[in-house]
Design a protein around this ligand. Sequence first.
Ligand SMILES: [Zn+2]
Length: 359
Amino acid sequence: MKKKYLFYAVLAVFMLWFPAVVFNTAAAFSGHPDPGQIQAFIYHHFGMEEKYPSTSVSVKQFKAHLDYLEKNDYTVLTLGNALDLISSEDQLPEKIAVITMDDGYRSIWQHAVPILDEYGYTATVFIPTSHVGGNNYLTWRQIAELQKKGFEIGNHSHSHEYFLNHSKEKISKKFEADLEKSHELFRRHLNKTPKLYAYPFGEYNPEMIKVLKKYGYLAAAAQKSGVICTESNRFVLPRFPMNVQYGKTEGFAEKAQMNALRVVDAEPEDPVISGQNPPELTLRVQNSKIYPENLQCFVSGNRNCTVEHSGKNSEFVIKVRAGDKLSSRRTLYTVTASSREGSEWFWYSHLWIQPEYGE
Ligand SMILES: [Zn+2]
């Protein structure tokens, strides 16, 4: 009985950063994503679904995901290579997908790598350096081996802590000290430091972004669902999370076919709620494929949310606000719309953080 409660508790937490919004709305569409986009997925454990249902996919599911990407002609790249490609002048492949894995668990080595090898794919693995070599975690030797195979190794902090729990003045100092510690280890074991970062728990603020830029980082991944496009903020890249529930083949296929809403500007920049609650999100959107009146918003899986729009049909401003006060540590606003003729879906999400709420 206790185990069951734990399962639902974990699932509920997962739902906070991944609303099940389009499961009903998008079930019927079929199509493929617009060019110039990257469908990025985030994984944690593989084959540990009994123990970690909210963060593990089964081995069978992972194989089915790669099979889908292969059969549907996706070009599977590391995140760094995919970002280079969409900002280059080169002819773009029609569909680009990226597999990312956070935390560097041992099951990556045991289960995911052999399957990726079968398909000839590589992935981007975000490593928290203090965890390396621990029980259930990859060793530096395995990580070096992955790097040799063409996998991309990204930084996921040294301590994997909640940086936003520090007082506002201290965050950037603590973050920078942690970054330097991780660099020392990356240099020692891999002879280089990463160019990509993934924020622990997806939590970031503008000061942390400044530090990453100062250290030459090219991009950083968040934990908000969505599709990367040329307009995306490089330091808050969206990824679709995968677990047992969302990793079912239909769910994966939906995300693989999703389009970016094409948000060219989002306000506020800081995800930490400091003023009114519920907070208001303002998005400037350039998209001639949708009617702004078709936009819907969801608050972590709940429809109690309003969208107002103004502007011309292809470029408009939308204001999104929850109906109720947000009362958890992390809350997502997700905005979706179908295309005018209904065959495609567009998605954008924004993370709000309230560090005063417990982890
Ligand atoms: Zn993590």
